[in-house]
Design a protein around this ligand. Sequence first.
Ligand code: CP
Length: 305
Amino acid sequence: MSAISTKHLISIKELSTADIETIFNTADNFKEVINRPIKKVPSLRDITIANIFFENSTRTRLSFELAEKRLSADVINFSASGSSVSKGETLIDTVKNILAMKVDMVVMRHANAGACEFLSRNIDAKVINAGDGAHEHPTQALLDAFSIREKYGKVEGLKVAIIGDILHSRVALSNIFCLQKLGAEVMVCGPTTLMPKFIGELGVKVSHNVREALEWCDVANVLRIQLERQATRYFPSLREYTLHFGINRQLLEAVGRDITIMHPGPINRGVELNSDVADSSQSIILNQVENGVAIRMAALYLLAN
Ligand code: CP
């Protein structure tokens, strides 16, 4: 049986290229399974998984839960709102109480970078990072690269522009690591104020001109402006951001290239991406969501085994 080299899935940075390819090959099989009339397999029967979300989520939470159920795992869900976290319980106490109920794996989203790594060092159960602050969101990057591979038959040699709020984005960081490991060229594009200071150390091209990025790339992965993480103002107004960095049909027609449009969601429609692009045949946004279930089934299966 194939396996990956890590006990937990905390970051793309710690995965090898062979690990990523093993996850993709396993996801190919699970994608076939979830398109069958009977979508369930017994692979994780007798495994109990806790989905612990300290931050809001729609896609990741539902996708993990569905993936776990398709694998026949027993599933419990925890969200911080309405829990004893509001009474001052610590992260470790919360998780140890959940683990006392005989849980084998923990899928966690947390607002603090490093929270999943910290957890993995303090508990015996396997930990999957479902997004930790502005650090990493490994399963998002895996499903993004898997969707590119599905569309082009390869990732190697492609040019991928990640456009938007790079500073606050765990998706950007995980995507950069994943795409580079698979041999793609990566450009990041956004306002100077939304670029991390360390961006020059990551081996990516940097642009502050969205037209230049679109003229360069095969694939544009457009990111959300994360207003909830912005304590200060990084640009004068949303209207001005849209004017300079928003992607719409008119701009794509002016560029005149058949670029694939991606977005991890949730989309701020009319801000970073217009509906005439998000809902067009160039967009693979809903394919990303579909592939998320197969990728998460693969990650859960490989870690559990
Ligand atoms: N892409 C993503 O992480 O979306 P959610 O925040 O809805 O899970």
